[in-house]
Design a protein around this ligand. Structure first.
Ligand code: AMP
Ligand code: ZN
Length: 467
């Protein structure tokens, strides 16, 4: 039974989706104005593991992960270069997915972009104006927090004494708000100013928070199961999403809220604005593998802070190498002519139980990894002493595959062949077929298949790809 720490209740809760067997989940994605740093990726890898463990538990997923492709930074950077915001964000969107894929993350089912959902945002704002939870001031539209008494239920921040008209107003915005806490839903934009969209309440552009309310409810419905993101999004972003969505629909927005902690460096939160960050590409250029970076980022449970160090990354590098070697050893293990022996099967099934218990416990990845290492150690001992039985070998390989469907730390199979070597074998196979030496042709096909190379006969000749 999976338990997750729900920020709404501040308690570990059993995860029970609204509809049996299905999970509808939303995770806030990146703002595509620059390269994502590995702090961002700690949060996205946490989201990936949450997704994959839910799949492992048998749930069918609808996972929405948005791209914020409009905000002040994007607008400013595009204006500086004299290009449209779409032209400015396009390469960053491409880089983002390249890094996301290279880090072994699974693509979510729906990956909407804010600028393609303006109409949905306008609809929600219109509803909020209609029911008195939004108002116009100097052409912009603001959320009226005083009209949503539950405001603060997620972040538990107390707003007593910080109410409309108070003399200590901390308003830094250039427009007049009724209450310092009120936030912009729609920002006034001049007639020739870009980017801007026409709305019944005037030409403008959306505030940040409304994007996520619109994109989540469009693809998941007004009420869905799970909403996640980094710790810093709890307030105000997620608090405001709740106010907008529940304020418009009158229904519960998300049943569970899950937030992941920061990646730090020298005990300071890694961030673009502080300049104390590494991107995935920085670390790749220094020769670190995507697998080691992933391993490091998931090695500490998501609710604990993680301090990035190069020693930690180097350790992750040798650990992932050891894991891959282990898989290769098991794969190549010869079956001894020995009596039945269930030691490996027992070790594997104990490890799988421990793995699941750890992941069920609020995705305790550190304990899950400990179970993996226990299994590796025990199976290695058996391998070195008596060898694995057929059943033991099959159980170990199946366990590796199951663990990796969640963690992705063993990575894709390395067939040990270079592209040129595969090309040469395929040329030899074609030649063998031409000479009607089908035995050799089949042998080559089987050898390649065993190494995960799939050969396809197409009208343009033979093609191959790695599994
Ligand atoms: P952004 O692209 O700024 O919208 O951020 C994308 C995600 O990265 C958000 O969910 C943030 O909470 C998260 N994030 C930002 N900095 C860090 C960090 N140092 N560690 C972990 N997550 C972070
Ligand atoms: Zn969001």
């Amino acid at each position: 039974m999976l338990k997750l720490f729900n920020t709404l209740s501040r308690q570990l809760e059993e995860f029970v989706p609204l509809e049996a067997g299905k999970v509808r989940m939303y995770i806030c994605g990146p703002t595509v104005w620059n390269f994502a740093h590995i702090g961002n990726f700690r949060t996205f890898i946490f989201g990936d593991i949450l997704r994959r463990y839910l799949k492992y538990k048998g749930f069918e997923m609808t996972h929405v992960f948005n791209l914020t492709d409009i905000d002040d930074r994007i607008i400013n950077e595009a204006a500086k270069r004299n290009i449209s915001i779409g032209e400015f964000t396009a390469p960053y969107i491409e880089y983002f997915w390249e890094d996301f894929d290279a880090l072994g993350n699974e693509r979510p089912e729906v990956t909407p972009r804010a600028t393609e959902h303006i109409a949905e945002m306008i609809d929600i704002i219109a509803k909020l104006i209609e029911n008195g939870r939004a108002y116009e001031s100097d052409g912009s539209i603001y959320y009226r927090i005083a009209a949503f008494p539950e405001y603060g239920k997620l972040s538990k921040i107390s707003f007593e004494g910080n109410i409309a008209g108070a003399s200590e107003r901390v308003d830094t915005d250039k427009y007049e708000k009724e209450d310092a806490r009120d936030f912009a839903l729609w920002k006034l934009v001049g007639a020739d100013e870009e980017p801007g969209w026409d709305a019944p309440f005037g030409r403008g552009r959306p505030g940040w928070h409304i994007e996520c309310s619109a994109m989540s409810m469009k693809y998941l419905g007004e009420t869905f199961d799970l909403h996640a993101g980094g710790m810093d999004l709890q307030f105000p972003h997620h608090e405001n999403e709740i106010a907008q969505s529940e304020g418009a629909t009158g229904k519960l927005f998300s049943k569970y809220w899950v937030h992941s902690e920061f990646l730090k460096i020298d005990d300071v939160t890694m961030s673009k604005s502080k300049g104390n960050f590494f991107t995935f590409r920085d670390l790749r250029e220094q020769g670190y593998s995507p697998l080691a970076i992933r391993y490091l980022l998931l090695s500490v449970p998501y609710r604990k802070q993680l301090n990035f160090t190069f020693e930690g990354l180097k350790a992750a590098e040798s650990t992932t190498e050891r894991l891959r070697n282990f898989r290769q050893l098991v794969r190549e293990a010869r079956i001894p002519e020995a009596p039945a022996d269930t030691r490996a099967i027992d070790a594997v099934s104990a490890a799988m139980k421990a793995f699941e218990a750890a992941m069920d416990d609020d995705l305790n990845t550190a304990a899950a990894l400990a179970a993996v290492h226990d299994m590796v150690r025990e199976v290695n001992t058996i391998l070195a002493a008596d060898g694995l039985t057929t059943e033991g070998k099959a159980a170990a390989l199946e366990a590796i595959e199951k663990i990796d469907s969640v963690l992705g730390i063993f990575g894709k199979e390395d067939c040990g062949l270079l592209d040129e070597e595969i090309d040469a074998l395929i040329a030899e196979r074609q030649e063998a077929r031409r000479r009607r030496n089908f035995a050799r042709s089949d042998e080559i096909r089987d050898e390649l298949a065993a190494k995960g190379i799939i050969i396809e006969d197409t009208k343009d000749g033979m093609r191959w790809r790695r599994k």
